[in-house]
Design a binder for this molecule. Structure first.
Ligand SMILES: Cc1cc2nc3c(=O)[nH]c(=O)nc-3n(C[C@H](O)[C@H](O)[C@H](O)COP(=O)(O)OP(=O)(O)OC[C@H]3O[C@@H](n4cnc5c(N)ncnc54)[C@H](O)[C@@H]3O)c2cc1C
Length: 319
């Protein structure tokens, strides 16, 4: 490799894992057991899973908060020797045979291989006032902000698992929950749907879209495109947007990695991307038929780790 490009005394990791979600931690656990030196860089411990109020479909654990499960993944990876940096990756570049990963805090790290597990980020509604009310009555994280709405009136936007579980969680805190959904019936796990319909203080408004968010210094009401109690306006203290998530193509684009038309990283059966030396796992990929779950993220990550181990063995033999 071209040593001039790299600062002296810098560790070269066998693999840098980008993303501290469930895929990233799982990969690290497997890599460490293969004795593949690894560094995980991520900015939210546990990623999306850490926002889940309750996780009740992770095998072997009947019910656990997402935050607690994320901590367990983090501790497991750490115990097995992973180095973890809580930081944001801003740039990734190929330097001859190594990858250089730069972070927001100005650090640089080097590795022989890369594993991208950057997951997905929350989808926004796309309304004009969305950013203005962010943190002032509007939120994308129910478990983070739900406790602030004790005995208040709130609205949840969305109709699948994330929205359904948010409504259930909020129904235990708030006085009233309006769940506003553009579709005709709720989607996702029937267990969540049944709980939504059973809760006395959740009212689901179907075939309805939020078209404006109103208030002076903080959110006061929302406008909808259908009539509710003869009005197009609902007074609420809080608005929880739970309309899914989308992949961020920034890092894969820096590395010329092939994406599908929705910006998911295209991977093969070994979790390899189109670029040699780079793998991807979890919600960011086309694998598992895009069934975005903790078990699928973990499964893909285990497979990616094995593929990386085999690749590293091969390049060592070929040298
Ligand atoms: C509210 C909610 C409830 C859910 N409930 C369940 C459930 O009950 N059961 C279930 O199986 N699944 C559930 N899911 C889905 C599950 O959480 C995800 O499918 C899974 O956690 C995806 O893991 P991941 O590691 O692929 O991605 P993510 O969780 O998205 O993690 C990606 C990580 O990468 C980091 N990252 C991204 N870009 C950068 C960057 N440039 N630099 C540094 N770090 C970066 C992120 O901060 C994050 O830490 C839920 C999701 C949500 C949002």
């Amino acid at each position: 490799m071209n040593l001039k490009l790299m600062p002296e005394n810098n560790t070269i990791f066998d693999c840098i894992v980008i993303g501290t979600g469930m895929a990233g931690y799982t990969a690290s656990i497997y890599l460490s057991r293969y004795k593949v030196t690894n560094l995980i860089i991520g900015n939210v411990v546990g990623g999306q899973a850490s926002e889940a109020h309750k996780i009740e479909n992770y095998p072997g654990i009947r019910s656990i908060s997402g935050f607690e499960l994320a901590q367990k993944f983090n501790d497991h990876a750490k115990d097995l020797g992973a180095e973890i940096q809580l930081d944001t990756v801003t740039k990734v570049a190929k330097l001859d045979k190594l990858y250089e990963v730069s972070t927001a805090s100005g650090k640089r790290f080097y590795s022989k291989t890369l594993l991208i597990t950057t997951g997905k980020k929350r989808r926004k509604l796309g309304l004009k006032e969305e950013d203005k009310f962010m943190g002032k009555g509007l939120t994308y994280c129910t478990t983070c902000d739900g406790p602030f709405y004790k005995d208040k009136v709130v609205a949840v936007i969305g109709g699948s698992d994330a929205a359904n579980s948010s409504s259930i969680y909020l129904s235990e805190i708030a006085q009233k929950v309006y769940q506003i959904y553009r579709g005709e019936k709720l989607r996702g796990e029937q267990a969540w749907i049944d709980q939504v319909h059973k809760a006395k203080n959740i009212e689901v408004l179907f075939n309805t879209n939020v078209i404006a968010i109103n208030g002076r210094d903080k959110l006061e009401s929302i406008d909808i495109d259908a009539k509710f109690n003869s009005s197009n306006n609902i007074v609420v203290d809080g608005l929880f947007i739970e309309i899914g998530a989308i992949p961020d193509p920034t890092i894969p684009k820096q590395l010329n990695i092939k994406l599908d038309d929705e910006d998911y990283i295209v991977v093969d059966q070994t979790q390899a991307t189109s670029t040699e030396g780079i793998w991807a796992a979890g919600d960011i990929t086309t694998a598992s038929n895009k069934y975005a779950q903790i078990v699928t993220a973990a499964g893909e990550a285990a497979l990616a780790a094995r593929s990386i181990f085999e690749y590293l063995q091969k390049i060592t033999i070929d040298k």
